[in-house]
Design a binder for this molecule. Structure first.
Ligand code: CTP
Length: 387
């Protein structure tokens, strides 16, 4: 149908990028990217014919169309080039070949004509098909990773997901780009998104291996390697937790647990994690750094209360990091102790005539502590104790 519309308007239209790659690999496609020579007129005609959500962006010369849960993006063929060390490229209308030439890897730089008269003709100017068959990730130009550092993480994503290998030159170019600080060169949303997607992957051990080999670990965390025990703790955590945000937070917590210094500016810049979230990680690290000593110095209830005041994610992550007696305690905490809480709420304390303020927290902690010791059992006991 898109081919027909394009023909009526006398436009060229090609399916490009990841969709072509995935189609050739026999994978299911959900996001379709098209290149045409006038996305705006195409989009206007689309609006007349379909009643899905159609957004037309004059400024970027692109159209977004959602239909039956599938995403269709139409872009006007363009060339991009950089002048005078500018981080923002100059954009001009261009041919299909030039449009493909600005892309990341050969396997993502193929196009298929979808007009009826030429349906299925593959345009493969950079030998992407051969690379796809051989399983090779190859950049189209030497500056590719420097112009768009998110490609560093995209390359690793394909190596992990598709089990592809780097071409020799591309691997050298990636290492060079990392070495000269490309990852921190701009605060780019794309870099953050691709990095977070990688870090939340089930195959986190492979990702860590690539990060180590390519000097990324050193750039981001100022470390040369991650201890095996930490890697397997992260892996175990991921087995029971599918939420990507929690995975990322647990990952950072476990990495920083063994390395005391956290540079908030850097973590914020590269992961886009807010300062107060980083503070929570730091707080958790403080508690866990001294946890073994706490066992000899403090009583159990006070440790439990400390843990109650942390995000469960970190306690859960720490459980996989520890061994022996301490691990037993954490299992107990996760399964039972954390549910033992005072029943009285703030509103109850108010009714009892206690003035609102920070002392409420203290009262709750005392009640929880007594409950953990078995000295009080229910709400009535709590009230009796307070009176
Ligand atoms: N692209 C690029 N450089 C990037 C991101 C994308 O050149 N940093 C190009 C690639 O040709 C890519 C296309 O834009 O195929 C679409 O990008 P996107 O939808 O992010 O990637 P897909 O390849 O479609 O999908 P995935 O990210 O899942 O591989």
């Amino acid at each position: 149908e898109f081919g027909k519309i394009a023909s009526e308007l006398n436009l060229e239209i090609y399916l490009v990028g990841g969709a072509v790659r995935d189609a050739l690999l026999g994978k299911k496609i959900v996001d379709f990217d098209f290149v045409t020579n006038d996305a705006i007129s195409f989009g206007k005609r689309l609006k007349e014919k379909f009643n899905g959500t159609i957004e037309i962006f004059e400024e970027t010369q692109t159209v977004h169309f959602v239909f039956n849960g599938m995403n269709f993006d139409f872009v006007t063929a363009r060339r991009e080039y950089y002048v005078d060390n500018s981080l923002v490229p100059v954009i001009e209308k261009a041919t299909l070949k030039e449009d493909l030439a600005r892309r990341d890897f050969t396997i993502n730089a193929m196009a298929v004509d979808i007009r009826e008269k030429n349906f299925g003709i593959l345009y493969d100017y950079f030998n992407g098909y051969e690379d796809l068959l051989k399983g090779i990730i190859r950049v189209l130009k030497p500056l590719s990773f420097i112009e768009d550092p998110s490609r560093i993480f995209r390359a690793i994503k394909y190596m992990v997901e598709l089990k592809f290998k780097f071409s020799r030159e591309s691997e050298i170019l990636l290492k060079k780009a990392v070495e000269i600080g490309a990852l921190f060169s701009s605060k780019s949303q794309r870099v953050q998104e691709e990095l977070k997607e990688l870090i939340a992957k089930d195959e986190i051990d492979q990702v860590i291996q690539f990060f180590t080999n390519y000097g990324i670990l050193k750039e981001i965390f100022r470390i040369n390697g991650i201890p095996k025990a930490t890697v397997s703790a992260i892996k175990s955590f991921y087995k029971t937790e599918k939420d990507t945000t929690k995975r990322i937070h647990a990952f950072l917590f476990l990495i920083y647990l063994s390395k005391c210094h956290i540079n908030e500016e850097e973590v914020n810049k590269i992961f886009g994690i807010r300062k107060h979230e980083i503070l929570k990680i730091k707080e958790a690290i403080e508690v866990f750094k001294n946890i073994k000593e706490s066992f000899s110095k403090e009583d159990l209830p006070s440790i439990v209360i400390k843990l109650n005041n942390l995000d469960l994610t970190y306690v859960h992550a720490y459980y996989y990091k520890t061994k022996g007696e301490v691990k037993k305690f954490f299992k107990d905490y996760l399964e039972k102790l954390r549910f033992i809480k005072n029943e009285l709420r703030g509103s109850d304390l108010k009714e009892l005539g206690l003035k609102e303020g920070p002392q409420y927290r203290k009262i709750f902690d005392i009640l929880t502590s007594l409950k953990l010791k078995g000295e009080i059992k229910d709400k009535n006991d709590e009230i009796k104790y307070l009176l």
